[in-house]
Design a protein around this ligand. Structure first.
Ligand SMILES: Cc1cc2nc3c(=O)[nH]c(=O)nc-3n(C[C@H](O)[C@H](O)[C@H](O)COP(=O)(O)OP(=O)(O)OC[C@H]3O[C@@H](n4cnc5c(N)ncnc54)[C@H](O)[C@@H]3O)c2cc1C
Length: 291
């Protein structure tokens, strides 16, 4: 995944893009069309086109200003996807040989989802996902290795309900399931814990939901917003937009947004040469990443 990020960033730089990290966008400025983005630092960056790649709920919920909020329909809170509590650690696993992906099921899967979806609570007996990425290179690895542990959590990050006690109880419940399934995990150092509150801070507007807007029912997936918005010059991409969440899908949606923005710029007669070059580059990036 990081190779994909590096490939796209490298390609963008070769085309003259300047990538700025740690620059929070406070507002998207517009009148009849997009004019600029304003950073939290107060700096104003003029723009003919803006592609917003955060959660659509942030845009529709007004976190990027009133003009941008009118450009899209905010998905309701009931459509947030699940959040998670995760532990990143380096440690020694024992009991049975881990695969790259491992799922240790709750004894009562229905009760788990009742807690998550109906009560908005952490389950007492969670289903646990354990990822052992070093096993890809060496399936029989022994000794300390990187381990990632995830349990589902309700998307209620940033709402003040999650206390340190609840997280500790969740950790105990998670390690109980791991032990019950005959696995042992001895961390070499304290695991790094990430909670729905942390995810909500990182992905504004999402409540910590990790997988874009939830799809429930056969036709939901067809109803996702496309790259264009009601505000000329503002485009959307990412997990809450067509074709959906997950790194491959979000990458495709970036490609659609880039192509749509380029078409929009060339149809207004602005920046025609840049628009053509950008469209070609975006396709190359995706092909390179797939290869
Ligand atoms: C722990 C975890 C496990 C996951 N597991 C899976 C999985 O197994 N399978 C799967 O398909 N998907 C999984 N996902 C989901 C997948 O990572 C996402 O669907 C995908 O990353 C979405 O990409 P994106 O580009 O839309 O958004 P993001 O990766 O969320 O990127 C958006 C970026 O925009 C930034 N941003 C938002 N607002 C602003 C602002 N105002 N100013 C500046 N920056 C801003 C955010 O900080 C963020 O860095 C997982 C996600 C997590 C966190």
């Amino acid at each position: 995944m990081s190779a994909l990020t590096r490939a796209v960033a490298e390609l963008a730089r070769r085309q003259g893009a300047e990538i700025r990290h740690g620059a929070e966008v406070a507002a998207i400025e517009a009148d009849s069309r997009v004019r600029a983005v304003r950073l939290a630092s107060g700096e104003r960056v003029p723009a003919e086109a803006v592609i917003f790649a955060g959660d659509l709920a942030a845009l529709g919920g007004g976190l990027l200003g009133a003009e941008a909020a009118r450009a899209v329909k905010a998905p309701p809170r009931s459509r947030r996807s699940l959040s998670a509590v995760t532990w990143c650690l380096r440690g020694t696993a024992g009991g049975w040989p881990l695969a790259y992906h491992n799922v240790l099921f709750s004894r009562d899967y229905a009760a788990e989802f009742t807690a998550l979806m109906d009560r908005g609570a952490l389950p007492a007996d969670p289903t646990v996902y354990v990822c052992a990425p070093d096993r890809q290179a060496d399936p029989a690895a022994v000794g300390p290795e990187r381990l990632f542990v995830l349990v589902n959590a309700p998307p209620r990050g940033g709402e003040g309900w999650l206390t340190a006690r609840e997280i500790e109880a969740c950790e105990r419940a998670t390690w109980r399931v791991i032990e019950r399934c005959g696995l042992s995990m001895a961390p070499a150092e304290p695991p790094r814990v990430t909670t729905p509150d942390d995810f909500a801070a990182r992905f504004p507007g999402s409540g910590g939901g990790l997988y874009g807007t939830a799809t429930r029912g056969l036709l939901d997936a067809l109803g996702r917003p496309t790259a264009t918005t009601k505000l000329p010059g503002l485009y959307v991409a990412g997990g809450s937009v067509h074709p959906g969440a997950g790194v491959p899908m979000a990458t495709l949606s970036g490609r659609y947004a880039a192509a749509t923005a380029c078409a929009g710029l060339s149809s207004t007669g602005w920046s025609l040469r840049a628009a053509t070059a950008g469209g070609t580059s975006t396709r190359s990036a995706t092909t390179a990443a797939t290869d």
